[in-house]
Design a protein around this ligand. Structure first.
Ligand SMILES: *Cc1c(COP(=O)(O)O)cnc(C)c1O
Length: 384
């Protein structure tokens, strides 16, 4: 059996080596390292893939969030609601811009920001909601956009983990994750579903004026050379990273299918194991139906019930199986983000999830033998 990896970038590269190398070589040959034609090509191809009017590439997913918030003109003191159970980047940029983060609880079954918790958190100072499409599926965007409209709020989808996922409206209309809210961000960090070979990110929007504003912000606030109209940043996707991404984008749908196949096999193996809850989807399907693509499985995350997780992690590691705990500490309990207004009872679900979740190896190169080995070891352990 091949060695099991949490994310197998090397195995994936083996299959696409010729395309990726040729694409990178092109950039080196024409030395267009910054803002070269590859960046523009990738931007256009991603706009087409997503069905969104504007993709604005930038340096990483954290910058993408920050720039989106700058573009919306959020001001110090404005309250921004986001999920307690996610990676810290989201709350970090809110705090960095001197906005006020308001963390709220998530759903117990799909790990995604809870609609009632959002409603309860709205005050006259609330200006924006940042739903995170955690682990590969969309938050309940239809409800979130309704709340936003009723309260005149901006919505920024953090789509770092769900690029390529499909969101289905109640009336059956289907759109890609990251194209629903006023503006969205994504990350091309190497382990993300569409990853480059370094740092990268992008902002998406269908709003022409906002796209114009953001194109200036990513380039020192310049709309005309050496005229700085707003305070900006230097945040660019370099051409070599764009070359990698442009070579990988045509494979994204196959990569998603490979992840869904792995998830389907995991789900089947754990189906009747009492101490394991497999990931649920917002659509209520098993997340791996062939039609809806609602879940692109950035992570495959189980909830454990009555299992000593630390001992399980050690047991799996001892058997050559890497695994992860995303995320072990609620953001409201992180030193940097504590706030006297938070009450523990408002984070009942997150407080429970951080104790119970475990993420198994999930990538495009998992084979049946590896999945069989992983599931049998997990089941052996939990069944004692
Ligand atoms: C990875 C990630 C980010 C940050 O992306 P970087 O490119 O690493 O800056 C932001 N939000 C979420 C939910 C992420 O998973």
């Amino acid at each position: 059996m091949r060695k099991i990896q949490m994310v197998d970038l090397k195995g994936q590269y083996g299959d696409i080596k010729d395309e990726v190398n040729a694409s990178i070589q092109e950039v080196i040959d024409n030395t267009s390292f910054i803002n070269g034609p590859k960046v523009h090509e990738f931007q256009k191809n991603l706009e087409n893939y997503l069905g969104v009017k504007h993709v604005i590439p930038c340096a990483n997913g954290t910058d993408a969030l920050q720039i989106a918030m700058m573009g919306l003109g959020l001001k110090p003191g404005d309250e921004v609601i986001t999920a307690d159970f996610t990676f810290a980047a989201t709350v970090e940029v809110i705090a960095l811009l001197n906005l006020t983060p308001v963390l709220v609880d998530v759903n117990p079954d799909d790990f995604i920001i809870n609609i009632d918790a959002i409603k309860r958190a709205i005050t006259p100072k609330t200006k924006a909601i940042v739903p995170v499409h955690l682990f590969g599926q969309c938050a309940n965007m239809e409800s979130i956009m309704e709340i936003a409209e009723a309260h005149n709020l901006f919505v920024i989808e953090d789509n770092a983990q769900a690029i390529g996922a499909t969101y289905t409206y109640k009336n059956g209309k289907k759109v890609k994750a990251g194209t629903i809210s006023h503006v969205a961000s994504t990350s091309f960090f190497p382990s993300k579903n569409l990853g480059c070979y370094g740092d990268g990110g992008a902002i998406f929007t269908n709003d022409d004026d906002l796209a114009h504003t953001i194109r200036g912000i990513v380039n020192h606030g310049m709309y005309e050379r050496y005229h700085h109209d707003v305070v900006g940043v230097n945040s660019r996707l370099d051409s070599i990273q764009a070359a990698v991404l442009d070579a990988k984008l045509p494979r994204l749908n196959d990569y998603i299918k490979a992840r869904q196949q792995a998830a389907r096999k995991y789900n089947a193996a754990f189906k009747n194991i009492e101490k394991i809850t497999t990931p649920k989807t917002v659509n209520g399907c098993d997340g791996v139906c062939d039609t809806c693509d609602c879940h692109v499985f950035h992570q495959y995350t189980l909830r454990l019930n009555g299992v000593d997780r630390d001992v399980l992690v050690k047991y799996l590691n001892d058997n050559g199986i890497p695994c992860g705990v995303y995320y072990p500490i609620p953001l409201h309990n992180q030193k940097a983000y504590r706030d006297s207004r938070y009450k523990e009872e408002d984070f009942e679900v997150t407080n429970q999830l951080v104790k119970e979740v475990i993420s198994l190896p999930m990538h495009t190169e998992l084979d049946d033998e590896q999945i069989e080995f992983i599931t049998s070891k997990v089941i052996d352990f939990v069944n004692g």
